[in-house]
Design a protein around this ligand. Structure first.
Ligand code: G4P
Length: 525
């Protein structure tokens, strides 16, 4: 197949959701449609059920699963669809944010009982920063939930995006009767585990008496009224607005019953974006360019501590990647070749000879890669748009075995390069401060330092709650601020100054009192 055909077939997206909304279930149903898996239950839930207990077997198991499910590829309607998995646990949200830099669109799953939850808002903020196109799936319609109009209002208000329903539910909970496709004007009647929508589907004008026959007078009247209202209030579905990230089409269904999922998938196939162009520090790179380029958005350490090798996940941005060819690792200037790059199919992985824009490949790494690294055919540019976000918890690493100081330093460095947590250095004394978004990350670090590096440490809490990267037009002013506030200044992995604020109020005061200094909440500005 020609390059053009290959690249136009790619659709790369992530499913995002607050834990328990149904992300794993929906992923599985999509894979079933694509024939990538045969049975339900084949996709392991990538989540750590117990929140902060030291259940390390569980964590290790999850790390194993999350390698296997990092990317899931399936074919559907002649498209090659790549689903990038995101961790289910909120303590690993930073990993999710980074994965979102490697996709072209997202499907957001909402639980109709709970509506927009905390994690949904945070994830959507990251999508909005990049204007990522979003499709919304309102899940668990078989449960008694909020009304669909209320849900749409809530989505618009809390997520700061316009919505446009594409399917519409007839009731919810025990009385759920199905969904009406507002564009195709077809009614899909609810049944558990439908494999084909066509099995029981009616195409008719909304005024047809068949509707009464099928769902009763009261529900038919209600549906007609709802549809009239929707058509009066909402504009026609506008694909351009969706592609710009301004408008989210909304679907209703029940993932566990495999209901309403096919409507979602069909629309996804029709409207979701092809691999998009990506910004670098020099210029924008188009996917259609002949020369290969890509960036690393995730690094996974081997779970077997005897093998220190890692897998770097590379998103291909332009050209064709060929196995065994030499490519430039821009940060180090080294030439690298990969004899066993692999791609993932649901529950297996295969060595690939070539890969195209939109694809994600796994590369064996012996410690050369950092998150955000660029590979190219030689052109000197770095992909941008893979920022670090401010952590929420900060702790100082205390070495509890002085004989293993070197191992500790190396371990902390490598784990932060892998993206397990962020590392900041404070003076005097080169103190190491680790920043995370959740408690569990500290446990993982402590456990892995001991198991993989033989180093032991404890953590001392720091009172900070936010990190802001600092810049100023006048370097002297920045230098002065750093001197004055030295107790609150740390340096990130690239040795850039960061202000550690204890409270939002302190941060605000510092901003007000220092108008020449810019405070950035992400590492890219
Ligand atoms: P997550 O990945 O977003 O965290 O959610 P996951 O798919 O694991 O789903 C969370 C729970 O919600 C699961 O139940 C799942 O079966 C249930 N669920 C998913 N979709 C629907 C739906 O459409 N309707 C209803 N009623 N439930 C749904 P669980 O009890 O936590 O796990 P399990 O033992 O059933 O697998």
């Amino acid at each position: 197949m020609s390059f053009d055909k290959e690249y136009k077939r790619r659709r790369t997206f992530a499913i995002i959701a607050h834990p328990d909304a149904g992300k794993t279930t929906l992923t599985e149903k999509l894979l079933l449609f694509g024939g990538a898996i045969q049975t339900a239950g084949a996709v392991k839930s990538n989540k750590i059920k117990k929140s902060t207990t030291s259940d390390f077997m569980e964590i290790e198991k999850q790390r194993g699963i999350s390698v296997a499910t990092s990317v899931m590829t399936f074919e559907y309607k002649n498209l090659k669809i790549n689903i990038l998995d995101t961790p289910g646990h909120k303590d690993f949200a930073e990993d999710t944010y980074r994965t979102l830099t490697a996709v072209d669109s997202v499907i957001l799953v909402i639980d109709c009982v709970k509506g927009v939850e905390e994690q949904t808002e945070k994830l959507m903020e990251v999508c909005r920063m990049r204007d990522t196109p979003v499709i919304i799936f309102v899940n668990k319609m078989d449960r008694e939930g909020k009304g669909p109009f209320d849900l749409l209002d809530e989505l618009e208000q809390k997520l700061n995006i316009k919505t446009r329903p594409i399917t519409w539910p007839v009731n919810g909970g025990r009385d759920f009767k199905g969904v009406y496709h507002l564009l195709e004007k077809k009614m899909n009647f609810f049944a558990i585990n439908k494999q084909k929508v066509e099995e029981d589907i009616f195409e008719f004008g909304i005024d047809s008496p068949i509707l009464e026959e099928k769902i009763g007078t009261k529900d038919a009247a209600q549906l007609r009224e709802d549809v009239e209202l929707i058509e009066g209030v909402y504009e026609e579905f506008n694909k351009e607005a969706y592609l710009k990230g301004e408008l989210a089409p909304v679907f209703f269904g029940s993932a566990v019953s495999n209901f309403g999922v096919m409507e979602l998938l069909n629309t996804f196939c029709q409207v979701s974006p092809l691999p998009i162009s990506r910004k670098t520090d020099k210029r924008e790179v188009q996917p259609t360019e002949k020369n290969f380029s890509g960036f690393v958005f995730k690094i996974h350490a081997n779970i077997d501590p005897r093998h220190r090798d890692r897998i770097a996940f590379l998103r291909i941005c332009s050209g064709t990647f060929n196995r065994g060819e030499f490519y430039s690792h821009i940060r180090s200037g080294k030439k690298m070749r990969f004899s066993n790059p692999y791609m993932f199919m649901a529950d297996s992985k295969n060595v690939v000879d070539d890969a195209y824009p939109g694809d994600v490949i796994g590369l064996y790494d012996t410690g050369n890669f950092k998150i955000g690294d660029t590979l190219s055919e030689g052109e000197q540019f770095q992909f941008i748009g893979i920022p670090s976000f401010s952590p929420e918890l900060f702790r100082e690493v205390i070495n509890t075995n002085p004989l293993k100081t070197k191992q500790l330093e190396k371990g902390v460095q490598q784990l932060s390069e892998e993206g397990v947590a962020q590392l900041f250095t404070m003076q005097p004394g080169n103190r190491k401060i680790i920043g995370t978004v959740g408690e569990l990350q500290f446990e993982v670090i402590q456990h892995r330092l001991l198991n993989e590096y033989g180093a032991s440490c404890s953590f001392e809490s720091k009172p900070y709650s936010k990190a802001c990267w600092l810049t100023a037009d006048d370097p002297e002013k920045l230098g002065e601020f750093i001197r004055l506030k030295s107790n609150f200044i740390a340096y990130d992995k690239d040795n850039r100054p960061v202000f550690l604020a204890e409270t939002d109020w302190i941060l605000r005061m510092n901003k007000e009192n220092n108008p020449d200094i810019e405070f950035h909440t992400t590492s890219e500005f």
